[in-house]
Design a protein around this ligand. Structure first.
Ligand code: MN
Length: 730
């Protein structure tokens, strides 16, 4: 091993990083790595350690120790969770982009795509100012963090980073301590819970609580200690009783534990339920761990036989898991005729998932050493799908985590730092109306991240949006309807346009129509007599005045009406068939379209565009029963054709798959989609009879061709009996 000089720069390493430079890992860290990882993984981790070590060389922590101790501790927490080597490497280097002379490309070159993405994701989260200011900010901020992360491992590293910072918080100045602790309670604790990591959540909250309210915390702690003398005896006695009864009924591999509540949760209960401390502490908690689900239910039966249950307190989270994947049976009983007890019954697997959450799914098991991260993700997904199968309100957990990671929303800051969640595709106009109707009604311009920006710009997560307003000379612009995607903005603009006088509206509409036609090199005067009538007919209005009023009131979209006028001149003679509208990049004439939820059309389908007064342009499948009665009868239903789609928009689509109900068929089905790199949105399961099962699956595809391919693959599976696309047909 060559020891590099103190002055060595990361650039030396980047260009010439040979094995002889690798530093030895700290002993306890090394031991943890070797407890479940092989030699190859060890070398990669050593490389990351070396890289981080020299990158942080010369930097110190607040307490005076070398900076490298921090990332090492963070990685150590993740090692204890048995995470995959890439996560460990990323944890070791999670601060190198922040503080050092290193960029993302360097990391990709040296450590591969995944590690670089995780480090980059953690750094991006670090740059956000994520202190919740208002009550419902916290929820949005959590979602924002998930949306920015894309890979759930980013969140895992970030949470462990925060955990270590909280463990060493006493070295920070007091004002920072308070700020960090508040953030921890409002944001990181709930975030840890959201991905199911109960143990880490409890530690985060207790550390933060002790920091903010040291006096209350120490009072609570000593009160717990005081009462614990007598408690211990009672807990021990009940524990023995429970175990004896279970064993004598041949539940052999059973563990019974007394459960300690974390102090912050006791404090929260005292505050929210206004109950005295003694009453909350006098409930004794127990956890029974067994080997199978069958044993869970049997154990429940057995203890209900010996102790009398307290009515209405039984909950079956095995049949219906909580939204974060938590599973257990909960019951309350009166033990030894005197003591109310709460009992949770779980399998050991359930308990592991309850403590580690998503991390448990990501755990790196030596026995599947060769399993790559993609496959593990697939397993996680199929695990979730199996979980959903048991849950009656189908897909909460998978939905919340998956859609949060791949969000349909953008999260934006106001200049004051408040957070707003809006639909993807939103513009500053949507943002203004989301903040306040008055703000939207008086908008004249905007700044995005402090720079002037056009009002029709598509906003991105993490941006700060400032709305510039004026009360004077204000005129509402009906063309804004082209730029908004939220129904709030759309209806506010419409409501406002309706308030204008009809004559004003007609004037405004005339100006709009004329300027639209001008763009195509036409004037309104070119349209007369029969041609005009035909065009008005095809649009579905009785007179030109009515059309102009509608336009001014925002009931119709200028560019689309103009399109009718252009084609009107070309078809002067005879041909009745309306010219199809073109969908380019999911827009018709620069108006963003929606894809109807009833039939879920995908790129390449035969489609119809419906100009809907409330919702704008909605594209349906041509065979959808919502539109078939109106085609070529109502001018608001136009045939549409697909142009190029530059954004890699994923189209949602529903398919029905019937299978022989063999064990594990759902996870096999899941991996067919995963191998084709296709996202599953949700799954509904129905058992058809003893031999067959049916699944309604929502997936996301690029276009019809991809859909066709994946359906072929599904049909090729030996368990598949049928696979059909679901369009809302008659
Ligand atoms: Mn850090």
């Amino acid at each position: 091993m060559v020891i590099l000089s103190d002055q060595v720069l990361p650039s030396t390493l980047i260009n010439n990083f040979s094995k002889e430079y690798y530093l030895k890992l700290p002993p306890s860290f090394y031991k943890e790595v070797r407890s479940y990882l092989g030699y190859k993984e060890l070398k990669k981790i050593q490389k990351a350690y070396t890289f981080a070590f020299y990158s942080h060389d010369g930097q110190l922590r607040q307490d005076g120790s070398k900076y490298i101790t921090h990332p090492v501790q963070v990685a150590q927490i993740l090692l204890e969770l048995r995470m995959d080597p890439d996560t460990i490497c990323a944890a070791l280097m999670h601060d190198v982009l922040e503080d050092c002379d290193v960029n993302k490309q360097n990391l990709t070159k040296l450590f591969g795509h995944d590690v670089a993405e995780i480090v980059d994701g953690v750094s991006k989260l670090g740059k956000l100012d994520i202190t919740p200011k208002k009550e419902n900010d916290a929820n949005n901020l959590q979602k924002m963090m998930l949306a920015m992360s894309k890979d759930v491992r980013v969140i895992l590293v970030k949470i462990c980073d925060r955990l270590h910072n909280m463990r060493t918080i006493e070295h920070l100045p007091r004002s920072k301590q308070i700020k960090k602790s508040k953030e921890t309670i409002e944001l990181y604790g709930p975030l840890a819970l959201r991905i199911g990591m109960q143990d880490i959540r409890a530690e985060l909250e207790d550390l933060a609580f002790k920091c903010i309210h040291p006096l209350r915390a120490s009072m609570l702690e000593s009160a717990i200690k005081k009462s614990s003398g007598g408690r211990k005896k009672i807990v021990g006695k009940i524990r023995k009783e429970l175990k004896r009864h279970l064993k004598s009924n041949s539940i052999d591999e059973v563990a019974v534990k007394g459960r300690e509540k974390n102090i912050y949760s006791i404090y929260r209960k005292i505050k929210s339920k206004h109950k005295p401390f003694s009453e909350i502490l006098d409930v004794y908690g127990f956890r029974i761990l067994v080997d199978s689900i069958d044993d869970c239910y049997r154990s429940l039966g057995i203890i209900h036989n010996y102790f009398s249950p307290i009515e209405n307190r039984f909950k079956d989270y095995i049949a219906i898991p909580k939204s974060n994947g938590y599973q257990a049976l909960h019951t309350s009983l009166l033990a030894l005729n005197a003591f109310p007890i709460e009992v949770q019954i779980q399998t050991r697997d359930m308990s592991e998932i309850a403590s580690f959450g998503i991390a448990a799914h990501w755990q790196y098991k030596t026995k599947d050493k060769d399993v790559n991260s993609e496959l593990r993700a697939t397993r996680w997904l199929s695990g979730l799908i199996d979980l959903q199968k048991k849950s009656s309100d189908s897909s909460e957990f998978a939905q919340s985590i998956k859609t949060d990671l791949d969000s349909n929303e953008v999260f934006l800051f106001s200049p004051k730092g408040d957070v707003y969640a809006l639909r993807k595709g939103s513009t500053p106009i949507d943002f203004a109306y989301e903040v306040h109707t008055d703000l939207g009604d008086s908008i004249i311009g905007c700044k995005v991240n402090r720079y002037d920006a056009p009002l029709n710009i598509e906003l991105e997560t993490g941006q700060t949006v400032e709305i510039i307003t004026s009360k004077q000379n204000y005129e509402l612009d009906p063309s804004w309807l082209n730029y908004v995607v939220t129904s709030k903005a759309r209806s506010a603009i419409r409501a406002n346009l309706r308030k204008q006088k009809i004559s004003d509206a007609r004037k405004a509409g005339k100006v709009m129509l004329e300027s639209e036609l001008k763009r195509g090199g036409k004037t309104l005067n070119e349209y007369r007599g029969g041609t005009l009538k035909k065009i008005l007919n095809s649009i579905g209005v009785t007179s030109l005045n009515k059309l102009m009023t509608d336009l001014g009131l925002g009931k119709r979209t200028g560019s689309i009406v103009a399109e009718r006028f252009y084609s009107g001149l070309q078809i002067r003679e005879g041909i009745e068939e309306p010219k199809p509208v073109l969908i380019v990049d999911n827009k018709i004439e620069s108006v963003r379209v929606r894809f109807a939820k009833c039939c879920l059309p995908v790129h390449g389908d035969e489609v119809v565009a419906h100009s809907d007064t409330e919702r704008g342009m909605v594209v349906h499948h041509r065979r959808c029963k919502q539109v078939t009665p109106f085609i070529s009868k109502d001018a608001r239903y136009m045939p549409a054709i697909w142009g190029e789609n530059k954004s890699d928009h994923a189209y949602k689509v529903r398919i029905d798959v019937n299978t022989k109900d063999t064990l594990g068929v759902l996870s096999e089905l899941g991996s067919v989609f995963a191998r084709a790199a296709i996202n599953i949105g949700s799954v509904n399961t129905k058992t058809i009879d003893k031999k067959f099962a049916g699944f309604e699956i929502e997936i996301e595809v690029q276009d019809k061709q991809e859909l066709r391919k994946v359906m072929q693959k599904v049909r090729a599976q030996k368990f598949t009996t049928s696979c059909k696309r679901k369009i809302n047909e008659k």
